[in-house]
Ligand binder design. Structure first.
Ligand SMILES: Cc1ncc(COP(=O)(O)O)c(C=O)c1O
Length: 366
């Protein structure tokens, strides 16, 4: 096999089949409610005329694209509505590679594992730039790694798995590095509504033909099963991306797009604030227990995850499974995210049982 299936599935299936109660902190599926307006939009759709049950325009419903464009300050023609952030990243990386401007993709270490997987699938090669222990990315390290072979630099802020939020200066420098090497910065911003630091800066704030911004409603509205995301392309790349999207997918879910549009128009910002608050409380509960357990951990500024390192108990696949069996807590092995954090675990705070998990870890390691 030329590319690997992400480890998520193996660990999730192990946890499901465990012979005891397990708190699932493996995947990034939110356990909080979508906004009421999302449910209303979906319900409304059921009674639409049958013609609304047919293909949507391939690049996405026009009203949705206009709504996104107005919010993001771009032209509606630059937007492709995709099957989640996953497809948006795929289209962006494919576009960067197919230009004949190099076949290397710069990624951070630790990394969201789908990026290296997609890189191999698309025939590119990975070059990893390690972050600091708190997830900070030093643009000088990216600059040193970049060359004329660089087709693309993929970054993610707020970050999965470290929780780091890149400041505006970093984003600006990353775009400049992409420009200097005729590369494309792909900025994956799917956790933008989960920035708790107030320092998040979208790559859209830097005007350039060398950046593509990807996003998704999976996390924004707690609807990973809907599969609605989008990418914002520079004008000279958008037609090729639309063609690839059409050939691969035909179009994206129409009821899902309608429900998302309804939610965009009718959701109070307090919805997002409450989710950030919930996560902030979970981070506190969880990291207090990690203190008790004597663990080292990341203190995330955004997204849903905490990485932790337990003395003498590296986050290997075998230890991840042992932790499921012995402590009833399922996380992800650090090695799933690269080499830099390969002795850490990642725990997703997407369960109401964060406290129970925290107690179990404190008991196991404390
Ligand atoms: C960094 C990052 N990008 C993209 C995705 C995929 O999002 P979507 O469900 O919109 O495809 C995830 C999901 O966990 C993610 O963590």
């Amino acid at each position: 096999m030329e590319y690997e299936k992400p480890l998520f599935f193996e660990i999730m299936s192990y946890a499901v089949h465990a012979d005891r109660d397990v708190v699932d902190m493996v995947s990034g599926n939110p356990d909080w409610e979508p906004p009421q307006s999302l449910r209303d939009g979906l319900r409304e759709y059921a009674d639409f005329d049958q013609s609304e049950f047919q293909y949507a325009p391939s690049e996405g419903l026009r009203d949705l694209r206009e709504e996104i464009a107005a919010r993001r300050g771009v032209d509606e023609s630059q937007i492709v509505v995709t099957n989640g952030g996953g497809e948006a990243n795929y289209l962006a990386m494919a576009r960067a590679l197919e230009r004949g401007a190099g076949d290397e993709i710069i990624l951070t270490d630790p990394v969201y594992p789908y990026y290296p997987g997609k890189t191999s699938m698309l025939g590119g090669t990975q070059r990893f730039v390690p972050t600091d222990d708190d997830g900070t990315l030093d643009p000088a390290a990216v600059r040193a790694a970049a060359s004329d072979d660089t087709a693309c630099i993929v970054v993610n802020s707020p970050n999965n798995p470290t929780g780091a939020v890149y400041p505006e200066e970093t984003v600006r420098e990353l775009v400049a590095i992409a420009e200097a090497h005729d590369a494309i910065l792909v900025s994956d911003e799917v956790y933008d509504h989960y920035d708790r630091s107030g320092r998040f800066s979208s790559a859209l704030s830097v005007d350039s033909d060398h950046r593509i911004v990807t996003n998704s409603f999976s996390k924004t509205f707690a609807i990973t099963g809907f599969r609605v995301g989008y990418a914002v392309f520079p004008e000279q790349h958008v037609e090729a991306a639309k063609a690839r999207h059409m050939l691969v997918n035909v179009a994206t879910t129409r009821p899902g797009q309608h429900a998302v549009l309804h939610a965009l128009r009718n959701t109070d910002p307090a919805y997002h604030e409450a989710n950030r608050q919930l996560l902030a409380e979970r981070v506190d509960t969880f990291t207090d227990a990690l203190d008790e357990a004597g663990a080292e951990y990341t203190d995330p500024d955004g997204a849903f995850y905490v990485m932790a390192r337990f003395d003498g108990y590296p986050g290997t696949v075998a230890n991840t499974k042992a932790l499921i069996d012995d402590a009833g807590v399922a996380g992800m092995p650090g090695e799933a995210f690269g080499d830099a954090f390969d002795d850490w675990f990642r725990f997703a705070l997407v369960t109401p049982r964060v406290e129970a998990a925290a107690d179990r870890l404190a008991e196991r390691f404390g």
